[in-house]
Design a protein around this ligand. Sequence first.
Ligand SMILES: Nc1ncnc2c1ncn2[C@@H]1O[C@H](COP(=O)(O)OP(=O)(O)OP(=O)(O)O)[C@@H](O)[C@H]1O
Ligand SMILES: O=C(O)c1ccc[n+]([C@@H]2O[C@H](COP(=O)([O-])O)[C@@H](O)[C@H]2O)c1
Length: 262
Amino acid sequence: MRMTSSTKIMLIACGSFSPPTPMHFRMFEIARDHIQQMGLGQVVGGIVSPVHDSYAKKGLVSATHRCAMIKIGLKTSDWIHLSDWETQQEEWTRTRQVLQYHQNYINSYLKDTNGTINNQHIPAWIPEGIKRTAGQVQLKLLCGADLLESFATPGLWKDEDLEAILGYHGIVVISRAGSNPEQFIFNSDLLSRYRRNITIVTNWVTNDVSSTLIRKLLSRGLSVKYLLDDHVAEYIRKFGLFGTNNETDRDGSSCLRGTAQN
Ligand SMILES: Nc1ncnc2c1ncn2[C@@H]1O[C@H](COP(=O)(O)OP(=O)(O)OP(=O)(O)O)[C@@H](O)[C@H]1O
Ligand SMILES: O=C(O)c1ccc[n+]([C@@H]2O[C@H](COP(=O)([O-])O)[C@@H](O)[C@H]2O)c1
């Protein structure tokens, strides 16, 4: 995988986003600046891919709510979009397959010179005008250093999946308080083997806000102002999520119309 300043790159972040924080979206901006400044490529789009409900992580609210909050949080972005594909599958999809699906879709979209695909619904995460400007597009996994470190959790990731993610796509890792991605890569034979496909980006303006922190503050009735997008906070209160008080519509079915649609 050779990257030059003209390599077209799309970034995809996989996670719970329960709820999405400004830092989830900020990761994309930090990564794009770094990639472009270092002449590693041109970032043409960003995708946020929330995990399926069956992932059953503590604090995970329904995908309908998570997708709606992501769309609200991304309203002012002109290049990062939600993909709800993972949430629409029958069950949890491993990250390797999530990357494969999106990469295949991009490839077929770019190859479709006779416009057949244009008769179908083109997902919002396909960047506008990409056909005119791009030859090939390389999809990379964007993550925080804690996700990289989860690669070493016994039994969590499959080795062959990590080989495929690292070998075929590559990853972009944003530093996070308390982590040392360089050291972590050095300690791992697998990661060291694929070192050139791992881009580490130092986040100089550290901000360790996490979904866990937001859930904790909300459940205690404390303020999240200036830590969370005002409109996302308003949505959370409207639907009584994360221990806030409103009891109406906890599964989000009434918001399926409008905000939650892709
Ligand atoms: N403050 C942060 N700095 C760098 N990366 C982050 C930060 N917050 C989240 N991420 C990254 O965003 C991606 C999605 O993460 P996830 O939804 O698990 O967020 P989280 O805030 O860590 O969640 P939780 O607190 O529920 O575990 C992951 O790759 C994670 O490493
Ligand atoms: O593909 C795998 O084997 C795999 C194993 C563990 C986690 N993941 C993905 O990593 C993300 C972890 O999110 P989180 O909130 O648990 O940090 C989520 O998108 C999961 O689907 C993926």
